[in-house]
Design a protein around this ligand. Sequence first.
Ligand SMILES: Cc1ncc(C[n+]2csc(CCOP(=O)(O)OP(=O)(O)O)c2C)c(N)n1
Ligand SMILES: [Mg+2]
Length: 413
Amino acid sequence: MSEKDSDVTSPCVVPTPPFRPGDQADFGGEWTFLPEDLPRPDPATCDSSATKEHAVGLVRVLNYDNTASGEWDPKLDAETLKTGLEYMARLRIFDDRMMKMQRTGKLSFYMRSLGEEAVAIAQTMALKEEDWVFPSYRQPGAQFVRGRDMVSMICHCIGNSKDNVGGRQMPVHYSYREGHFISISSPVGTQFSQAVGVAMASAYKGDDQVTISWLGDGTSAQGDYHYALNFASVFKPPVILNVVNNQWAISTHQNIASGAQTFAARGLGYGLPSIRVDGNDFLALYAVTKWARERAASGAGATHIEVYTYRTGAHSSSDDPSRYRPGDEQAFWPGGDPIERLKDHLIQTGAWSEEEQAAMEERIDAEVMAAYKEAVTYGDLANGPFPPASTIFEEVYEEIPWHIQEQREELGK
Ligand SMILES: Cc1ncc(C[n+]2csc(CCOP(=O)(O)OP(=O)(O)O)c2C)c(N)n1
Ligand SMILES: [Mg+2]
């Protein structure tokens, strides 16, 4: 069509990433947001208008020197912080080891949480054990908080005879019923509206469970996100809805989903209190989630949170980020590393040391290796044993439809 034939006077804008391989990345230097900037409103009476500044600012507790300050400081004791640090270190070491397994052909696929370890760990620690967790694939750390055994996680990733979902799911798409950790969905985003539905059920039943869910910046461009926010806004169920803005959705930049505003600001349009939080700051994440839980438990309804972070690693074992972003982009990210920041904070308070950190990492590494060795005794990727083919037909339908039954008979299972 020639320009003359078209009614369209201005072309549609397709945002492009600000930096490509070979460019010098620039996030504007250190953030100017300070822990003292934003007040902590009363969670039970707070409405969305009281969070206008929170939706465009950034809740932080840790300063650049990793001291803690401001109204949001949750003032956690050293033991709790050390527990959080250990969970994060475990996740990073576990991820590294599983990635090596993938690269040597012992797992078919893997996804790391590198740089985002604080997200699910701090947030799940701020909840009660009975609360429902509706994760994406980037929140496996919640399982450590809920006590899942690493052998069982690895058996799932291999898909061997002890895989608790019988080989029906992709690796890292965990289910952990005992931990109230709902099956991870491959079609991204479905968990958001499911979480709102479960929270509505909790409200109707009058129990005191709260539900939390996460989806990514890219996923927030889907309808599922908006359906969930709409229901959360109308029915005010006890739910905490997080958009994890880690800057990237595989190879597309967050700007293709965000438009000109922050992700948090979107929630204001739905009348939801909306807070943007430093996703690499364990203390800030814990504090904001605790606040949202208090709000949910008081009957005041849902909270919408943007977790502002950076995906340090590749999207998955199938991805190569050097094809679409500068190789050193992470070095310019002002948010730092969540493990280093919490570790440094604890060292400054006198509760921890580099030596204790090194000893802890060594111990965890040995635990992960031992867990892997045990897991392969139940079957490895090359040799099995795997769950029997009959599991395709089991635990999927309450009553098997006739055409599936026919297929089963055809297979002789
Ligand atoms: C409905 C659907 N569309 C596309 C995909 C393929 N896919 C898997 S993850 C992903 C990117 C998601 O990015 P984001 O939401 O930012 O989450 P992140 O991986 O950064 O945590 C895409 C496109 C999918 N799994 N489901
Ligand atoms: Mg993303």
